[in-house]
Design a protein around this ligand. Structure first.
Ligand SMILES: CC(C)[C@H](C(=O)O)[C@@H](O)C(=O)O
Ligand code: SF4
Length: 467
């Protein structure tokens, strides 16, 4: 048999049929559903008199619109409330597993899937959310989908897709202290651009990835979509197994043993051929900070805001100028001189326990700088929150002047009460820095949790080693 990549193995295992126009109908093992992209899909089911094909393959929760404080009081914004209530009603009507916002298991879907052990190696996973790529860290094939596809999967358990090309990104070398997989991902996007991996399924390999925690791998796969990749994955190994063992919805006993035997095959064959290969040297990566309105507009903490004049491509030059105008930044400004108004530690990129531990480690014994008007820490799930509290992380943050919130997407995007005001500048551990992303007129700089924590204390960007 010819050697196969991990992607090809997962694809072949789930292909139901190939269509005449070059697409494949893929069987979907797990369907995650949020309140934002699902309402019309459920309306479609009702309209067409359809029932979910496999209700047990669904997990739903509200994450984008939920308030992150005073939840008992309900949701004040009418649109947000309607979406959250609709999801609850739809799940009750169609018999789907749903965590409401008072449930401790609620959180951002890309945090709670793995946390619950419902995200498993070898699965195909779909969700009406672009950051579904995150789940690929578990050697799964995980895609973001649109609303019409949600309806299609609900009613048929299948997704029609064109086969992707394969891109292996090999990362070797040891990450320097305080440099995270977030910095690696930003460095990658800075190099290949936000369309650099369009049409590809990425597999992250190499010694650096093998040495990473599941949390760090999830951050890497989470950001793959910002490089244009439709999905990203990491091979199964002992780290994957150790993370999943004992999770509430993971298999147990003989079922675990049988599953693990299969999961061990979930890696690219040694002589498998990829359509494209890239290499990164982790040892050379510095902490990264975005300066513009796209994740590819990024440099390291020792860098400066670039000068559009030095860009030869006129389209790019105009884009840079527009970004600088929006961001209120002058060319040549050292990144360290950029002063901040708000800090956001959270989002499906960086709101897991490990992220909070790393940030708390930096914050411990310090105070948030006077010029910071708000510093938020938003755990990715109720269970992350509980565990962080058991470790005393909440006190470290609140003693320093951070607000400690309930789980949700929060200030990652302006769909709930946590927002930036016009002109406010934020160091954010999230994944998108588009115009208005965190609130109309808000200015977002993407960084790692350690960098956000250090910026909170200094009041401007700084290398943790300077604190
Ligand atoms: C609202 C949702 C559809 C969207 C996504 O698809 O990613 C959001 O989560 C985001 O991060 O922009
Ligand atoms: S945390 Fe941000 S990126 Fe992740 S799903 Fe929510 S809005 Fe999208």
């Amino acid at each position: 048999m010819t050697a196969q990549t991990l992607f090809e193995k997962l694809w072949a295992r789930h292909a139901v049929l190939d269509t005449d126009d070059g697409q494949t109908l893929l069987y979907i093992d797990l369907h995650l559903i949020n309140e934002v992209t699902s309402p019309q899909a459920f309306d479609g089911l009702r309209l067409n008199n359809l029932q979910p094909w496999r209700p047990g393959a669904v997990l739903a929760t509200s994450d984008h619109n939920v308030p992150t404080k005073a939840r008992e009081a309900g949701i004040t914004d009418a649109i947000a409330r309607r979406q959250v209530e609709a999801l609850e009603r739809n799940c009750a009507e169609f018999g789907l597993k749903f965590f409401d916002m008072q449930d401790e298991r609620q959180g951002i879907l890309h945090v709670i899937g793995p946390e619950q052990g419902i995200t498993l190696p070898g699965m195909t996973i779909a969700c009406g959310d672009s950051h579904t790529t995150t789940h690929g860290a578990f050697a799964a094939l995980a895609f973001g989908i649109g609303t019409s596809e949600i309806e299609h999967i609900l009613s048929t358990q299948c997704l029609l897709l064109k086969k992707l090309k394969t891109l292996r990104i090999r990362i070797d070398g040891e990450l320097p202290p305080y440099v995270a997989s977030k910095d690696l991902a930003l460095a990658l996007i800075g190099t290949i651009g936000t369309a650099g991996a369009t049409g590809y399924a990425i597999e992250f390999t190499g010694k650096t990835v093998a040495a990473m925690s599941m949390e760090a791998r999830m951050t890497l796969c989470n950001l793959a979509i910002e490089a244009g990749a439709r999905c990203a994955m990491v091979a199964f190994d002992d780290t994957t197994a150790a993370y999943l063992r004992g999770r509430p919805l993971a298999p147990t006993g003989a079922q675990w043993d049988a599953a693990e035997a299969y999961w061990r095959t979930l890696r690219s064959d040694p002589d498998a051929r990829f359509d494209r290969e890239l290499q990164l040297d982790a040892a050379s990566i510095r902490p990264h900070v975005t300066w513009g309105t796209s994740p590819e507009m990024v440099t390291d903490v020792d860098g400066q805001v670039p000068n559009p004049e030095s860009e030869r491509d006129p389209v790019k030059r105009r884009g840079m100028q527009q970004a600088l105008d929006y961001m209120g930044l002058e060319p040549g400004t050292p990144i360290r001189a950029i002063k901040l108004d708000k800090i956001f530690i959270g989002s499906c990129t960086n709101s897991r326990l490990e992220d909070l531990r790393l940030a708390a480690d930096v914050v411990k014994g310090h105070k948030v700088a006077d010029n910071i008007v708000q510093a938020l820490v938003v755990p990715g799930s109720g269970l992350v929150k509980r565990q962080a509290e058991a470790e005393g992380l909440d006190r470290i943050f609140t003693d320093a002047g951070f607000e400690w919130r309930d789980a949700g997407c929060s200030m990652c995007l302006g769909m709930n009460e946590d927002r930036l005001g016009k002109g406010e500048r934020c160091a954010s551990t999230s994944n998108r820095n588009f115009e208005g992303r965190q609130g109309a007129g808000g200015r977002s700089h993407l960084v790692s949790p350690v960098m956000a924590a250090a910026a909170a204390i200094a009041g401007h960007f700084t290398d943790i080693r300077d604190l």
